[in-house]
Write a protein that binds this ligand. Sequence first.
Ligand code: GLN
Length: 297
Amino acid sequence: MQLSKTLLTLRRKAAPLPMSTIHIALDRARAALSSIGKTPELDAELLLSQVLSCERSFLHAHPEAHLAESQSQRYEELLRRRASGEPLAYIVGVKEFWSLPLRVTPDVLIPRPETELLVELALARIPAHAASEIADLGTGSGAIAIAIAKERPESRINATDVSKPALTVAAGNARRLGHTNIRFLIGDWFSPLRGRFHLIISNPPYVGISDPHLQDPALQFEPRKALISAADGLHDLGLIARKAGVFLNPGGWLIVEHGYDQGARVRELFEHYGLREIETHLDLAGHERATLGRRVG
Ligand code: GLN
């Protein structure tokens, strides 16, 4: 009896101290996240901003400000999630893409900065003042479709996804950001589309099932369906290249994202299915990341 009481007291003493100020909370958080991801300091600050509903600049301006007990507890909880490898974007529910704050949930892939390359390549091929018909296949969070909608408000974008929860996220993002020139259509790749398009764009799943990259802890939280494709990651890319001709206007463009080591095979697929003017572009890390081609005649 006496012994267990002592143990109880010791346990209480060993329990984490309340994170009394912003300064202390951030110090502890940096230590807790030091081996997680590439930006532990930034993550610690973003999670604390979330808990305190403040801008990051507030944290720097008021390091001595006190945290309420409930805020400390909430922060501990978010830090635990991050320390278990859960991506920051899912914890805070937002990811910035093309300077747009997009809501993300585990139903959608977290938009990657390299995917902005696809948007740039698309914008260079969509006239600024024309009602171009565009298709975004497998839109996920809506990142590509919404970025194009923003930059080309006169174009009409048809964004498809086979996942209903993903389309709900995408449509919510478009609505919140005020872009009305996008239609969201449920279905596999081209299946809900009618007519022909000036440009078809897609960031399909392209990771092969045996790719060691899939073991990356950060990927464990993302939808497998949005990441993995059969045939060494090339199944969906092949399907999109095969059918694109039917859905492109003569002179229309197909632009896809792919793995850093898939450029040559994607160019072959494009060539095989009759696309021309084929080019592969490098992402900021210098990897072959996006290939485009054109339907001629
Ligand atoms: N670029 C992502 C990754 O490597 C994969 C995205 C995709 O399959 N479309 O984690």
